[in-house]
Design a protein around this ligand. Structure first.
Ligand code: IPE
Ligand code: IPE
Ligand code: MG
Length: 260
């Protein structure tokens, strides 16, 4: 069986001494289960989200160690705006604090921050800190951390379509010439490789309007653990499983083995 062939990197985990034959270039995660974690521990909803931030730190560090180039985290969906107002407000506070507090740490670990989503929905102060954090981490980086916030895959595709429609309208693009690359390049992730591996925690098996276009050929991995319990070891389990999968991209398994 041929191994997953996304990244060329052979990475040695210096902490556990594990070597991975193939590492995904881009990992995307639907971080789910914060509320169930809070309930299980007899805590309020916000405590669950706060515990989720600790799990985020661990996974970001692991990406740097294993050679993952891009990590995209689904932090807040277009649909999450419809949650109870106190929860939305709490999540916004948490986001703002993280933006203020974590920039230095990101710089230290050579991590570039990129936020994707309809950020016009956020308060002006959050928008300001997003732009600042993006600018301050834009140079000298090894890992790109993409935070999907106020994000929906349908929104992303709609916006890309709107941009192309404008180009057709002003005569710079022929409708007949539109290819999948035009859509790809106009998505918020247009400058990034597509996710090789998509992880969802908490035992739910759905995409919940995440990277709909971009996940066309991602490998899916579902973990039963709730997001705040997602450890470095859990992440490594997903990477190991990915390394053992055969990605066919429509070909037969024989074609893949022959390397055609
Ligand atoms: C994911 O955890 C975090 C966000 C959606 C913001 P949830 O809050 O969805 O937790 P569960 O799925 O209800 O347990
Ligand atoms: C998806 O989780 C969004 C995030 C993880 C930010 P949800 O918990 O909102 O998804 P559904 O509603 O269960 O599909
Ligand atoms: Mg959920």
């Amino acid at each position: 069986m041929t191994e997953a062939s996304a990244g060329e990197t052979v990475s040695i985990d210096t902490v556990s001494g594990t070597s991975l034959p193939v590492v995904p270039r881009h990992v995307a995660i639907i971080m789910d289960g914060n509320n169930r974690w809070a309930k299980k521990h007899g805590k309020g909803r916000l405590a669950g989200h706060r515990a989720g931030v600790d799990a985020v730190r661990k996974v970001i560090e692991a990406c740097g160690d294993y050679g993952v180039e891009v990590l995209t985290l689904f932090a807040f969906s277009s649909e999450n705006w419809n949650r109870p107002q106190d929860e939305v407000r709490g999540l916004m506070d948490l986001f703002l604090h993280a933006l203020k507090r974590e920039v230095k740490r990101l710089q230290r670990h050579k991590i570039r921050l990129k936020v994707i989503g309809d950020i016009s929905q956020f308060s002006p102060v959050i928008q300001k800190y997003i732009h600042q954090a993006e600018e301050q981490t834009a140079h000298d980086y090894k890992v790109t951390l993409v935070i999907a916030a106020s994000y929906g895959g349908q929104w992303d595709i709609t916006e890309a379509t709107r941009k192309l429609a404008h180009q057709v309208q002003d005569g710079s693009l022929n409708a007949a010439d539109i290819t999948p690359e035009h859509i790809q390049n106009n998505l918020t992730t247009g400058d990034l490789p597509p996710p090789d591996l998509l992880i969802r925690t908490s035992g739910e098996h759905r995409i919940s309007n995440f990277l709909l276009w971009q996940c066309a050929y991602s490998e899916f991995y579902f973990a039963d653990v709730l997001w705040p319990d997602f450890s470095r070891e859990e992440f490594l389990k997903a990477l190991r499983e990915f390394a053992g999968r055969q990605r066919r991209f429509g070909l037969t398994s024989e074609q893949c083995e022959a390397g055609t």
